[in-house]
Design a protein around this ligand. Structure first.
Ligand code: ADP
Ligand code: ZN
Length: 733
């Protein structure tokens, strides 16, 4: 019934009813009545009662008819905040449908800054009046001179500018020399200047930039894939696209895989655009987060550099997304809503009808195939910029040059470390394993230390004197005696972690300054400082996990040694070879960023493995062709599709029974098959037993429809049973 017709019958006008998405795992929006006099539209951010609580929600699309508004609760208030735009709402709906997640949970990702829904408070400031004090001291004179430009000043800002204490200013204010005014809050970052400091592009960079600019300036949706070795100038090239977008008056989002550690990126951006981009990641202080969120929606912030969650920021007018290191597994979120930010960024660009740029030295096989097929526009940068030579790469065959007993570094690598340090240069030893040793056992009875809550060994962290579980964080003091047989001093560490490699390095090079870089040893701030110190040359040998692989520039780093190049190859993951190739290329790419001659050495027991061969020969093309061929044969992504269903419960039997029930409920569909249930490789995490089902479909299969039917007609999770759905899984553990 419309308002007019109800007036005809003389009753009060019917209240409007609108759907409101609340940030809960509910399957759809709830209906609420709009109180008389309140103006809401789709996208309005509102507060609504939900049970005993008040929660924030978003008015969604469509009007609800056929619900009696009298039975509904009313919206409590509308926030004074720009509504979520229609393309943002369409995007959130799309993500929910694709990932088969409750839309409310997806909308929640766009609303992660509650205090930002109210406008930022105005800031109190002082402005000079005509009045002058009776007595002029030199401090007072300085204050007046500094403020005599018509601008309003904050009290502390003025005190600072005039080099006085704030009490001088307070005295003047009391005498009417200053009046209090209110100003808009300061921006979190100054607006970037697209022409601040352009580099002149050289060689192939010119062609790459003009290809890219063509897409960006044409506007509309397009995907470009910049593929070029580390140091070829990919960043310089996409900076051109950013500048063009800024000139067109639109906002830019740069996604980075490990934002908390990319201080060097922020500085480069500043060198180019005169100011830093706004940052967005989980380590931001809540106040800053709120300011950034608000200024992004209002358009004050022009460029955001952020982790995957930045994709859900409600930009006022987003005109370009850059996904740097597009192949990085960190773009996959595996929690609540399982999504791949790289893929969803492409969707966001398509819905918003603007260009997106994917960037990598080692693109994912998926993106590479899309480039080959012409779905993405390939932009290639084949050579390093300037005199930066690529490192010479070689394998160390560990069967022929084994380490000495109890060690993990072959004499070949040790010899090179000695030479490098002797020349006053730096060496990096890479091992993707935190701690001292991945397994501890008792030499007398064979007892192995295992996590009580997970199916994983406890990892010894000698610096801390603890053994720890890397899945749940369980830790205990490293015992002196075996808990099984009671024997003292017979516990042995098996295998290396970075701490153990550092110990070995110390033994061989006692005079070198050796540092271990690993996320468990320090917080993000410390890590940033350590990375800067290394870049300044304040360490000779760095032993690090994959943290060091990401985007840092160490000018004196001329040797990179991969301690165990085989580590990721045998884990049953269909992307194992690709991942190893990407990680090892990235790490060896740390060497030779300047004119110095540099070397990368891979310790391996399989020197003939295609991954080792591809890296050493530099023949990326051959590697991709082979890998793409294998995927095509096995109909693995992107030639086929996968979805994982992970069932967990407090008992093994409950998890298994539920998983079997789901399997039985699977519809019969040609082109889709289902594997399992099988106990997950990580069968127990935090005391929960896990079973996995893997759904495999042809490229055009309706995976979501299949899975939804299966979940709807299968058993409902009861008791401790939990079911997680992962479309396009990256992890198979
Ligand atoms: P990539 O992103 O491919 O690793 P970068 O864009 O970081 O490459 O470039 C590598 C280094 O070379 C950077 O220090 C960058 O400032 C410098 N560089 C690249 N192209 C130019 C150029 N045209 N003029 C000046 N410096 C450049
Ligand atoms: Zn554990």
């Amino acid at each position: 019934m419309t308002e007019d017709s109800s007036d005809l019958f003389g009753g009060p006008p019917a209240r409007r009813v609108v759907p409101v998405l609340v940030p809960m795992p509910a399957p759809k929006a709830y209906s609420y009545a709009v109180p008389e006099g309140m103006a809401v539209e789709p996208g309005s951010i509102v507060q609504v009662p939900l049970g005993p609580r008040q929660v924030v929600g978003v008015v969604w699309d469509g009007e609800d008819h056929g619900v009696d508004p009298k039975k509904l609760k009313e919206i409590t208030r509308v926030f004074d905040c720009p509504p979520l735009a229609s393309d943002m709402r369409a995007f959130l709906d799309w993500v929910a449908a694709y990932t088969v997640s409750p839309p409310g949970l997806v909308a929640r990702m766009a609303l992660r800054a509650p205090a930002a829904f109210d406008p930022e408070p105005m800031v109190e400031a002082l402005r000079l009046t005509e009045a002058r004090p009776e007595r002029l001291t030199s401090a007072r004179e300085r204050v007046i001179a500094a403020a005599d430009n018509g601008f309003a000043w904050t009290r502390s800002g003025l005190a600072h500018a005039a080099g006085t204490s704030s009490s001088v200013i307070d005295g003047l204010t009391q005498q009417g020399v200053f009046e209090t005014v209110f100003m808009a809050p300061p921006p979190v970052v100054a607006p970037p200047d697209p022409d601040f400091a352009r580099h002149r592009l050289e060689g192939p960079q010119k062609q790459a930039a003009s290809d890219l600019l063509e897409s960006v300036e044409n506007g509309g949706f397009s995907v470009s894939l910049i593929d070029g070795i580390t140091g070829s100038g990919k960043t310089e090239v996409y900076f051109e696209a950013i500048a063009a977008t800024l000139k067109a008056g639109r906002q830019v989002l740069i996604l980075l895989p490990e934002i908390a550690l990319t201080a060097s990126f922020m500085e480069r951006f500043q060198d180019r655009f005169g100011t830093k981009p706004a940052e967005w990641h989980s380590d931001l202080a809540p106040r800053t987060r709120e300011k950034v969120w608000r200024q992004v929606t209002e358009g004050g912030v022009r460029v955001v550099a952020g982790a995957r969650s930045a994709l859900f920021l409600p930009f006022e007018d987003l005109g370009l997304i850059v996904v740097d290191e597009e192949h990085d597994p960190a773009y996959k979120q595996e929690d609540r809503v399982f999504y791949n930010a790289r893929d969803m960024a492409v969707v966001r660009a398509r819905i918003g009808d603007f260009p997106i740029v994917l960037v990598s030295a080692t693109p994912s096989v998926e993106s590479r195939v899309n480039g080959d097929l012409g779905r993405y526009k390939p932009i290639h940068l084949p050579t390093r910029f300037g005199d930066a030579a690529l490192p010479t790469l070689g394998v160390v065959d560990m069967r022929r040059h084994p380490p000495e007993r109890g060690g993990f570094l072959s004499p070949v690598l040790l010899n090179q470390i000695g030479k490098t340090v002797g020349r006053g240069e730096q060496a990096l030893l890479f091992l993707n394993r935190r701690g001292y040793a991945p397994l501890t056992l008792c030499r007398v009875c064979g007892h192995r230390f295992q996590c009580p809550d997970c199916s994983s060994w406890l990892v010894e962290h000698r610096f801390r004197g603890q053994i720890q579980c890397h899945h749940c964080g369980y830790a205990e003091k490293t015992p002196e005696a075996c808990p099984e047989c009671g024997t003292f001093d017979h516990l042995v560490a098996c295998g290396p972690g970075v701490e153990r490699i550092a110990e070995e390095v110390d033994r061989h090079f006692p005079d070198a300054r050796t540092i271990v870089l690993s996320s468990d040893l320090m917080g993000v701030k410390r890590l940033r400082l350590e990375l800067e110190a290394i870049a300044r040359g304040e360490a000779d040998i760095v032993v690090g996990t994959q943290l060091v692989a990401k985007g840092h520039n160490f000018p004196m780093m001329t040797l990179v040694g991969i301690v165990d190049a085989d580590i990721g190859l045998a884990n049953g993951d269909p992307r194992a070879a690709e991942r190893t190739f990407q990680l090892l290329s990235q790490v060896t790419g740390r060497a030779g960023r300047t004119g110095l001659k540099s070397l990368g050495l891979l310790q391996t027991y399989q020197p003939q493995h295609p991954v080792m061969q591809a890296i050493v020969s530099g023949d990326q093309q051959a590697f991709y062709e082979r890998e793409i061929g294998e995927r095509e044969k096995a109909l693995l992504p992107p030639f086929g599709r996968l979805a994982s269903i992970i069932v967990s419960a407090e008992t093994r039997a409950d998890a298994e029974t539920h998983a079997r029930g789901l399997r039985q409920a699977a519809p019969k569909v040609t082109g889709i098959s289902i594997l399992g249930p099988a106990e997950a490789p990580l069968a127990l995490i935090r005391g929960r037993h896990r079973f996995r089902l893997l759904v495999h479909g042809r490229r055009n299969a309706d995976m979501q429809g299949f899975v939804k039917t299966m979940l709807a007609s299968g058993p409902k999770p009861r008791g401790s049973v939990n079911v997680q759905l992962d479309i396009d899984p990256q992890s198979f553990l």
